[in-house]
Design a protein around this ligand. Structure first.
Ligand code: CMC
Length: 438
């Protein structure tokens, strides 16, 4: 087992050009990847804060969960590559790995699956809670509300200082997310909610709760269930992205885990993050036919036009997104299974990908297709409406969020996150009463 060593004798010296003052800052090395300069003493020693508005160069925590090398297109969880995990493992095993740090033994696996399975039902009162929403509400709006409201239902696991209660909340969240996501979908259709089935695995049960109806038996398609499971694995965690950082920041104020995960869902919703999978399909529909691709490529390159190619580019990956590689072949498997061999949307997507990958604008900026580019195509083929795509992302990411929250809570000290700023407003001035203002 590799150790995450954060004590180092290395240092970095900064010099103030005007005064010549120097300050020596400790440098820490992780197990792999770039080292970090610890600037915590910088203000005390120099009177300066640092400035990094979108956190492009700032490490916010130590973590042993997920590693990404954006230049090489590498993603690994607890040291295992995403390619191996999607090929050989399953979402329950990956969830255990993320949460506890090591892959489970077969006994641990059975216990974990049992625990998750027996937490899938939600409090019956939650059914009434749903009825407060309009039927045409966006399911992400419903999820923000309902997941936050779980803290009003499960009072017995809200003590964040008790490791057992933290674990129960983690299990509840992982277990109940598919139930709540399926309920959000069923509610939008006006169909009855389907209670979870304990004889099905995680992905199968989710498909059953979404597409089954009480009036007839539901037949599980193993190819679709496996593709669903792969999508869950591929979205399970992605280190300190916007939503995960939101969860950690909310958690740093000692908020309960249900509230923290609700904040993560809200942060994921935006089209620059999890909302991109919905935006990809909307963009493909807007493009419509292959002959219109050049027009949209030109718009994406035009700095005066806010249009961007959705599903392309990534803050960290400056190489092919490894998750997109896996999903590209999964998309073909699903379309084949469903007999959609000549899907116009898929053909349009492939052509768009081909043109963008050859265009110097995208090549020079290293804008490759990301995970959202293909997940939308698979989910659409399975029968999910675009409004559900980000919900599925949130469902899978819950295990990553809660693992990151658990890791933070297990640190010996918990300190509230509180960034600083460069103030550019008015200097101090006297108050003038409204009558005297010109
Ligand atoms: N289409 C056209 N141009 C783009 C795109 C795009 N999708 N993405 C980046 N660029 C350009 C951008 O205009 C800039 O050009 P220039 O250097 O000439 O000013 C350059 O590439 C660098 O862009 P950036 O905005 O500095 O890059 P970023 O790291 O801040 O943004 C991103 C990353 C994901 C927000 C962005 O690539 C984007 O908006 N992509 C489309 C939305 C999308 O697919 N999001 C899903 C991300 S993956 C899922 C997840 O992990 O959440």
């Amino acid at each position: 087992m590799s150790k995450n060593k954060t004590t180092s004798h290395k240092s970095f010296t900064l010099t103030n050009d005007q005064t010549g003052q120097t300050v020596k800052l400790p440098v820490y090395e992780g197990t792999v990847g770039p080292s970090v300069i610890d600037i915590r003493k910088l203000y005390e020693e120099t009177g300066h804060f640092t400035m990094d508005p979108s956190f492009t160069a700032t490490g916010s925590c130590k973590s042993r969960i997920t590693y990404i090398d954006g230049d090489e297109g590498i993603l690994m969880h607890r040291g295992y590559s995403i390619e191996e995990l999607t090929e050989k493992s399953n979402f329950m095993e990956v969830s255990y790995l993320l949460l506890y740090g090591e892959p489970p033994t077969s006994g641990e696996y059975d216990d974990f699956v049992h625990n998750i399975t027996y937490h899938t039902m939600v409090h019956e009162q939650i059914h009434y809670f749903f009825r407060g929403f309009r039927r045409d509400a966006h399911p992400m709006a419903v999820m923000c509300g309902v997941v936050g409201a779980l803290s009003a239902f499960y009072h017995d696991s809200l003590d964040i200082w008790d490791p057992k209660q933290r674990e129960i909340s983690a299990h509840r969240l992982i277990a109940k997310m598919p139930t709540l996501a399926a309920m959000a979908y069923k509610y939008s259709l006006g169909q009855p909610f389907m209670y979870p089935r304990n004889d099905l695995n995680y992905a199968e049960n989710f498909l059953y709760m979404c597409f089954g109806v009480p009036a007839e038996p539901y037949k599980i398609n193993p190819v679709l269930a496996r593709a669903m499971d792969k999508i869950f694995i591929l979205h399970a965690d992605h280190e300190q992205n916007a939503s995960t950082s939101t969860v950690r920041l909310a958690g740093s104020s000692q908020a309960n885990p249900f509230a923290c995960i609700a904040s993560g869902i809200a942060s994921l919703w935006g089209p620059a993050h999890g909302g991109a999978n919905q935006a990809v399909l909307e963009m493909l529909a807007q493009i419509g036919t292959k002959d219109r691709i050049p027009e949209f490529i030109a718009r994406a390159k035009d700095k005066e036009d806010p249009f961007r190619l959705m599903g392309f580019g990534h803050r960290v990956y400056k190489n092919y997104d490894p998750r997109a590689q896996v999903l590209r072949s999964a998309a073909h498997e699903v379309l084949q299974e469903l007999g959609i061999t000549k899907d116009p949307m898929m053909e349009l997507a492939m052509e768009l990908e081909r043109i963008a990958l050859e265009d110097p604008y995208f090549v020079e900026r290293k804008l490759f297709p990301n995970v959202d580019f293909y997940s939308g195509i698979i989910l659409k083929a399975m029968g999910f409406p675009t409004s559900m795509f980000t919900v599925l992302f949130a469902l899978a990411r819950t295990v990553g969020w809660i693992s990151q929250w658990k890791e933070m809570m297990e640190e010996p000290t918990l300190k509230i996150g509180r960034p600083r700023q460069l103030y550019t407003g008015s200097p101090a001035r006297p108050y003038v009463s409204i009558k005297e203002r010109s």
